[in-house]
Write a protein that binds this ligand. Structure first.
Ligand code: ADP
Ligand code: MG
Length: 221
C-alpha cells in the first residue's frame, strides 16, 4: 500500500531525513516513534504528499499502487483528497462550522453531492458516538469529541491510507485509549492502512509494527 524508497529531506542545508525506505501492507497499522526532532513529522508529511522530498534519482513514493513521485501540485492535491486521510495532534476543526460541516469539508472539496455528503457525515459521527453532537460547534465539544470529529473528517472520502501525527497527544489517558481502540476497529471494518506517529507506548506496542526514526534514519533495534 505504501512503497517508499530513498527519502531525503534537507532544510536550509541541514539534512533531516537521510535516506528512508519503507513498505507498508494494506490494512497494516504502523507506529512511527523516535525522539523529538528526529524527523517523524517531516517523514509523515512527505509520505502523505503534504510536502516534497528532495529530488534524488532513487527517490520513489508509491501509494495505493500509484507512483506519485513526480506528480505536480494539483494532481497531488486531488490524489490526496481522494485517497488519503489526515489526523493531527490538534484537531484543526474550523470554529465557525458545526461537526457535520467540518466532516463534510473534504467531500465538498471533492465536489461530492452535498446532501449525500451530509448524510454520510452524520452516519460517521453517529458511528463514532457523537449522535448528540452533530450540530455543535467545536468550542462546544470536549477534547476527545473534537478529535473524534477530526477522525470522521479524515474518513469521509473513504481513504485507503490514514496518516496521524500524535493524534492522542492532547488527550487524557481514557480518551487516548478510546481513540486508539477506534483506529483498530476502523482498520478491521474498512481494511484501511494507518501510519501513526506517536509517543504513546501503549499504542506503539499494540500496533502491527513499530518503526523507530533516529537522526533521520530508520533505526533497527
Ligand atoms: P519530529 O516530528 O520527529 O519531532 P520534525 O520532523 O518536526 O521532527 O523535525 C525534524 C527537524 O527538521 C527538526 O530539527 C526541525 O527543526 C526541522 N524542520 C522541520 N520542518 C522544518 C521547516 N519547515 N523548516 C526548517 N526546518 C524544519
Ligand atoms: Mg513531530
Amino acid at each position: 500500500m505504501i512503497n517508499a524508497s530513498s527519502i531525503y529531506k534537507t532544510f536550509n542545508k541541514l539534512p533531516v531525513l537521510k535516506g528512508i525506505s519503507l513498505n507498508v501492507r494494506k490494512g497494516e497499522i504502523v507506529a512511527i516513534t523516535g525522539p523529538s526532532g528526529a524527523g517523524k513529522t517531516t517523514l509523515l508529511e512527505i509520505l502523505g504528499t503534504l510536502s516534497l522530498a528532495d529530488k534524488k534519482n532513487n527517490t520513489k513514493i508509491e501509494l495505493n499502487g500509484i507512483d506519485v513521485t513526480s506528480f505536480k501540485k494539483n494532481d497531488l492535491a486531488k490524489f490526496r483528497n481522494q485517497n488519503l486521510g489526515f489526523i493531527f495532534q490538534s484537531h484543526k476543526l474550523l470554529p465557525e462550522f458545526t461537526s457535520i460541516e467540518n466532516v463534510c469539508l473534504p467531500a465538498w472539496i471533492a465536489k461530492n453531492d452535498n446532501k449525500e455528503s451530509k448524510n454520510k457525515a452524520k452516519k460517521l459521527l453517529i458511528k463514532l458516538g457523537l449522535k448528540n453532537r452533530l450540530n455543535r460547534y467545536p468550542s462546544e465539544l470536549s477534547g476527545g469529541e473534537q478529535q473524534r470529529v477530526a477522525v470522521a473528517r479524515a474518513l469521509i472520502n473513504d481513504p485507503k491510507i490514514i496518516f496521524a501525527d500524535e493524534p492522542s497527544g492532547n488527550l487524557d489517558v481514557e480518551n487516548a485509549n478510546e481513540l486508539h481502540d477506534l483506529f483498530f476497529k476502523l482498520r478491521d471494518l474498512t481494511k484501511s492502512t494507518f501510519i501513526i506517529v506517536t509517543h504513546n507506548e501503549n499504542l506503539a506496542n499494540k500496533s502491527d509494527r513499530k518503526i523507530i526514526i533516529k537522526d533521520g534514519k530508520v533505526y533497527n533495534e
